[in-house]
Design a protein around this ligand. Structure first.
Ligand SMILES: Nc1ncnc2c1ncn2[C@@H]1O[C@H](COP(=O)(O)OP(=O)(O)OP(=O)(O)O)[C@@H](O)[C@H]1O
Length: 327
């Protein structure tokens, strides 16, 4: 099977504060994620604020240099040790969709200029081929080139501009699109439109998606796989339906229990970490132990290894090692 996305011991440490009061945040702490499939997939990355989702997205997009470890897409090292991809090869492999489409385009440049430069430079097409690729990508997101040409970002609604940015991401026909909260700033009435578009494009363009969200309803609806993060660690990874219907990690259970109605989101607030929470990033054992109803002595001293459940999930919890053999 093909490796869609793999991270190996991926770490990102932020150092904050003054020399005398230094705080270290392990935003990514030995993240090992391996998604294998011959078909394109949608992987949702969920977890409360500060779990490291955006940091993981930024590392894969080469916007942030990891402290150590590697990220690979389709066997191409894209970030970290051994990663030095040619710029155009990288853009043909990984493309972003950001939360706020108005930040993705300069207000002084027409959006078709962005589409053209992507098609000409990244795809290395001639002008006629470039126009064809742009028309095709815009049509896939329900827009006409004629309605987009010559317009500036402020002439579009948020939903339309997000479609333009999706079209731009599609032009290079990337292996994976990293979409960080792509619908949270779009009108509620249009959100499902864009979510359905991801499902359609996964087939049409054979592109996988890493979908970062606080919205469990959409994660449930579109994901093949789900990775749950807590304080820089993956705590549970596997088939989306299994995780959302029968979560195994106490944190996933808590997360789902806090949202009995799957159409709700959990809180997304600017991070203001209390001392305890900041310390959690540096815990030697399980970072969830202070909040865990199943915490045991071993959780304070040893990082939980991946436990493989019979249905193919990976769950990082000592409580499960009591009943299931460790890898
Ligand atoms: N540039 C930075 N400098 C210092 N610390 C950072 C930086 N970016 C992120 N962090 C810290 O790293 C941790 C993980 O942040 P990250 O934004 O990746 O989490 P997240 O799960 O995406 O949260 P949210 O859902 O709120 O976006 C947090 O404690 C955050 O404060």
């Amino acid at each position: 099977m093909k490796t869609i996305l793999r991270t190996q011991n991926l770490r990102k440490v932020y150092k904050l504060g003054s020399l005398l009061h230094r705080i270290q945040i392990d935003a990514l702490d030995s993240v090992n994620l391996s998604v294998q499939s011959d078909e394109p997939v949608i992987i949702s990355l969920v977890g409360e604020s500060g779990s490291g989702k955006t940091t993981l997205a930024k590392v894969i997009l080469r916007l942030v240099e990891p402290t150590s470890g590697t990220a690979m897409v389709h066997d191409l090292p894209v970030a970290g040790e051994g990663a030095n991809p040619d710029k155009e090869v990288f853009f043909r492999t990984v493309q972003p969709i950001f939360q706020n489409p108005f930040e993705a385009f300069s207000s002084h440049r027409t959006v078709d200029a962005y589409l053209e430069s992507t098609a000409l430079r990244v795809n290395r097409l001639d002008r006629r081929q470039a126009i064809h690729a742009i028309e095709e990508a815009l049509a896939s997101v329900g827009l006409h080139y004629g309605d987009v040409r010559g317009k500036y970002p402020n002439q579009f609604s948020g939903g339309e501009l997000q479609r333009v940015s999706i079209a731009r991401a599609l032009i290079p026909r990337p292996a994976i699109i990293i979409a960080d909260e792509p619908v949270s700033m779009v009108d509620a009435s249009l959100r499902m439109n864009i979510i359905n578009l991801f499902l359609q494009l996964k087939q049409e363009y054979r592109t996988s998606f890493l979908y970062i969200t606080h919205d469990l309803a959409t994660a449930y609806y579109i994901s093949d796989y789900i990775a749950v993060m807590y304080r820089g660690n993956i705590v549970e990874f596997g088939d989306a339906r299994s995780i959302l219907t029968a979560p195994q990690h106490p944190y996933t259970q808590l997360l789902l229990a806090s949202i009995p109605d799957k159409s709700r989101k959990w809180r997304r607030e600017p991070m203001r970490l209390s001392d305890i929470e900041t310390k959690e990033y540096r815990f030697t054992g399980c970072k969830f132990r202070n909040r865990c109803p199943l915490a045991m002595d071993i959780c304070a001293t040893q990082r939980p290894p991946a436990v493989h459940t019979p249905d193919g999930r990976e769950v990082y919890c000592h409580a499960l090692t009591e009943v299931t053999p460790v890898r």
